[in-house]
Design a protein around this ligand. Structure first.
Ligand code: HEC
Length: 206
């Protein structure tokens, strides 16, 4: 918010006529309003660019891609498919039912690197691109902050499966979370309907 100040002059004058003349002069705007508006637009565009850049940096170092960007087969084996960056578990992937046999093992990850089998059932990494139907297109900043801070689906629903390290990300500052959200919103929207969490057998659903 930019507070526009105008040159305000308080005149202490004894002659009434002189005071009136000076008062009129003092009321002229100090800066051309159009010029001021232009400067404001330029600086807010710059602030937005900085925010998106900061968000990109945070998403990269906080390793969101590790779960939210699917794998493809590259020249040297599996690699993250950055053309589908952060679009979540690919729609239509055929998965067999995972079985646990090996003692002491708790989690299995599918070959796309985006589905996680564990005590919570099977969780599928969400589509974080701004597609309106399948991604976070209709989310607002507050929903995003609530989801990360409280570990609740859509910021208010069921608990998010603990494989999503929200406890760690909840420690980020509001500024960091806002920057991440701004970056996610700047991504190309990718239509990809991620399946809902499959709870473990025997779980009561609401
Ligand atoms: C270790 C894997 C992993 C990492 C790393 C990870 N996520 Fe997630 N995330 C998931 C999974 C799995 C889900 C789906 C959980 C569910 O359905 O309960 C999810 C869900 C989400 C959701 C949707 C919450 C909702 O309302 O359902 C958001 C938003 C999100 N992640 C953001 C991020 C961001 C931002 C980062 C990086 C700062 C990140 N995630 C890093 C695995 C991960």
């Amino acid at each position: 918010m930019i507070l526009q100040t105008r040159a305000m002059r308080v005149m202490l004058a004894t002659a009434g006529a002189l005071a009136a003349a000076l008062w009129i002069t003092a009321c002229q705007p100090a800066q051309q309003p159009q010029q001021q508006a232009q400067t404001d637009t330029q600086s807010s565009a710059q602030t937005e660019t900085n925010l998106v850049e900061r968000g990109k940096y945070l998403v990269t170092v906080a390793a969101c891609d590790e779960c939210h960007t699917p794998f493809k087969t590259g020249a040297n084996g599996p690699e993250r498919d950055m053309s589908r960056r952060l679009s979540g578990h690919p729609q239509g992937t055929k998965l067999s039912t995972p079985k646990f046999g090996a003692k002491g093992w708790a989690v299995a990850i599918d070959e796309t690197g985006t589905a996680f089998f564990g005590p919570w059932g099977i969780a599928f990494a969400a589509n974080l691109t701004p597609d309106e139907e399948t991604g976070i297109g209709i989310w607002d900043e507050q929903m995003f902050i609530n989801a990360i801070r409280t570990g609740k689906h859509w910021g208010q629903g069921r608990p998010i499966a603990p494989i999503m390290p929200w406890h760690n990300y909840a420690q980020m500052t509001d500024e960091d979370l806002k920057a991440i959200f701004a970056y996610l919103k700047s991504l190309p929207p990718i239509k990809n309907e991620v399946p809902e969490l499959i709870p473990p057998p025997g779980t009561k659903t609401e």
